[in-house]
Design a binder for this molecule. Structure first.
Ligand SMILES: [Zn+2]
Length: 349
């Protein structure tokens, strides 16, 4: 009996393999998903902590001038002391900046009970979501960096905040100024994203070199600012603008995007797969899926490079939206969002 079962299994496996390999033969795709959006060599996310008045009155207009969306990690109690209104924060979000969590009162997280940690994170998330409804609060920066290192007490902080955000920024926690592309070997590393603290004149002078190192290394650079012109750990307005100019000059090589967007891209890209759903003379239908559970959060479009020299594209549509594409040396490049919406490519006649 055992022998018959074993033979049946062998035959089933053989048939399955035959079906799978035949399927792959007709449906295999030659593609890559770019490491960063639009095939840029690296990414950078400017972050500003605490909620200090000059960040909204001085930094936001400058960031807008250079078309650089940034991330504001706000502490609700400091925001009040600094006379920052929710309308100012809402306006920044409407201009494309990310508003994210830096806790309610900026405590040393590992020095307070777990219940208080939860309250600090949960209440700040809720305040942001209630007052800035155009976006969702998705990321966090640890006050004083507590939680961003792999020590036992900081691991507790990480596990407490994990259900409330998709990732978190540490303060500088390794030798590099940036995150190497391979930084997230475990999911916890998305909760320990390294940053470059811009706190003294040396860090301010080094910034352009750090951008270049990031581009050369293909990584993700996350500078951290506090006061802009006013407040504490101050970067003067003219220095901040020089930094923005340094990024602006290198924009063809570095993707400037808020913290959550770069993190989403990186995580989605590392588990996404492109497959053919169907193909005939007129249409090629593709699906882009990943293994992340909550599609409403994991919605960052990925840049696909599809090598199909004989395909001339008339149009690409995903989820009812027209998707621009380019073709160079047989490779069609376009952005697509992972999830259930199929990518419908209409062929040119
Ligand atoms: Zn802080």
């Amino acid at each position: 009996m055992r022998k018959i079962v074993s033979h049946c299994c062998t035959l089933t496996c053989f048939l399955l393999l035959a079906i799978i390999s035949f399927g792959q033969q007709i449906k295999s795709l030659n593609y890559t998903i770019a490491p960063w959006r639009d095939n840029k060599k690296a990414a950078a996310s400017i972050t500003l902590d605490d909620a200090i008045l000059g960040q909204f009155t001085i930094a936001v207009p400058l960031l807008n001038k250079y078309n650089i969306p940034a991330t504001f990690f706000i502490t609700a109690s400091i925001m009040q002391q600094q006379n920052i209104t929710w309308q100012m924060v809402k306006n920044a979000a409407a201009q494309g900046h990310e508003i994210a969590n830096h806790t309610l009162t900026h405590p040393h997280m590992h020095a307070i009970p777990v219940a208080n940690m939860i309250y600090e994170v949960d209440s700040c998330n809720k305040l942001i979501d209630k007052n800035v409804p155009s976006q969702k609060c998705l990321t966090l920066a640890y006050p004083f960096g507590d939680g961003g290192n792999a020590t036992d007490s900081e691991k507790i902080v990480l596990k407490v905040i994990e259900p409330y955000c998709i990732g978190a920024r540490a303060t500088r926690n390794n030798k590099l100024a940036y995150n190497a592309y391979s930084f997230a070997t475990t999911n916890d590393e998305y909760y320990r994203v390294n940053c470059d603290v811009i706190a003294d004149s040396a860090a301010m002078v080094d910034l352009p070199a750090h951008i270049d190192e990031t581009i050369a290394g293909g990584g993700w650079y996350v500078p951290l600012y506090h006061g802009i012109e006013t407040g504490w750990l101050i970067t003067k307005k003219d220095v901040f603008e020089k930094h923005l100019q340094a990024f602006d000059k290198r924009k063809s090589e570095i993707w400037m995007t808020p913290f959550a967007n770069a993190l989403k891209y990186h995580k989605e890209r590392n588990c996404a797969t492109l497959k053919t759903v169907s193909e005939d003379n007129h249409t090629l239908v593709l699906s882009l899926t990943d293994t992340l559970s909550n599609a409403s959060v994991w919605d960052e479009p990925l840049t696909i490079n599809l090598n199909k020299p004989h395909l001339d594209v008339k149009s690409i549509v995903q989820g009812g939206h027209s998707v621009p594409s380019t073709k160079k040396e047989g490779t069609i490049t376009f952005n697509a969002t992972p999830g259930s919406e199929k990518i419908i490519i209409t062929k040119a006649k």
